[in-house]
Design a protein around this ligand. Structure first.
Ligand code: AMP
Length: 249
């Protein structure tokens, strides 16, 4: 079984995000970029499935500018076998990404598409769901435990009320949560080896996908500044304040 794993290049999770001066978006120039953290879990899951003999080949896909190739190389250094880079704008919307992934899934015929549960830049949490719908495949989202036997998948989903265990069949789309595993670091020798692994580049047009945006960003602004706190002298004063101001007692 082939596995297609989607990896997005995003602003590194340790970086303090800055809004562009013209409020049109978030600054990505001269900012450290990395693989979306949830996608690292997806790559790790794919490698574990290959190591246990369930997967035969792992294809890492990224949609974005030429810089996305660095993200694919990271996946290759972790253990993916080959990469596909789809040249597209930085702000390609989830629907367009899902259509591109559908075209690739139809071409490559994987038994499983793995994605992160959400990209930490847009927090859309849409791509996996849209992709499963477009393909007409089963889906398991927010997965924190995954077992595959033949064509049967058992997945544990992290839902608000606790953990939900579901059964589905391949081919399927699975979006993964952080608790699924601990992504491995790429060793230096593997980083060197990854440079020689094959990577195809194509455009969305080559796949017949229209990536024209369906949404218009009106404005991106910083969250409001937190107001300064007040120091109280005693618990009694705190309770009085809560009674007067918070309307919770
Ligand atoms: P989102 O729906 O944007 O929150 O993204 C969910 C998941 O879809 C991500 O964790 C990635 O696995 C995948 N994905 C979204 N956008 C891209 C992209 N431009 N390139 C590769 N994978 C992507």
């Amino acid at each position: 079984m082939k596995i297609l794993v989607a990896v997005k290049r995003v602003v590194d999770y340790n970086v303090r995000v800055r809004v562009k001066a013209d409020n049109s978006g978030v600054e990505t120039q001269n900012v450290k970029m990395s693989m979306n953290p949830f996608d690292e879990n997806a790559v790790e899951a794919a490698i574990t499935l290959k190591e246990s003999g369930i997967a035969s080949e792992i294809i890492a896909v990224s949609i974005g500018t030429a810089k996305s190739q660095e993200t694919i190389r990271t996946a290759l250094a972790m253990g993916a076998d080959r990469g596909i880079h789809i040249e597209a704008g930085e702000d390609t919307e989830p629907l367009a990404v899902a259509k591109i992934l559908r075209a690739l899934a139809e071409k490559e015929q994987p038994g499983l598409v793995l994605t992160g549960k959400q990209a930490i830049d847009d927090d859309s949490n849409q791509t996996a769901q849209m992709l499963a719908a477009l393909l007409g495949w089963a889906q398991a989202t927010f997965v924190s435990d995954l077992t595959i036997e033949g064509e049967s998948i058992t997945a544990t989903r992290e839902v608000d009320g606790g953990l939900e265990k579901i059964a589905l069949n391949t081919p399927a789309v699975v979006s993964v949560d952080l608790r699924l595993n601990t992504p491995r670091y790429a060793s230096l020798p593997n980083i060197m080896k990854a440079k020689k692994k094959p990577m195809d580049t194509m455009t969305a047009e080559d796949l017949g996908v229209d990536t024209a945006p369906r949404l218009t960003t009106l404005e991106v602004i910083d969250p409001p500044q937190r107001a300064a706190g007040v120091k109280v002298a005693s618990v009694a004063e705190l309770v009085e304040k809560l009674k007067d101001e918070a309307e919770i007692l």
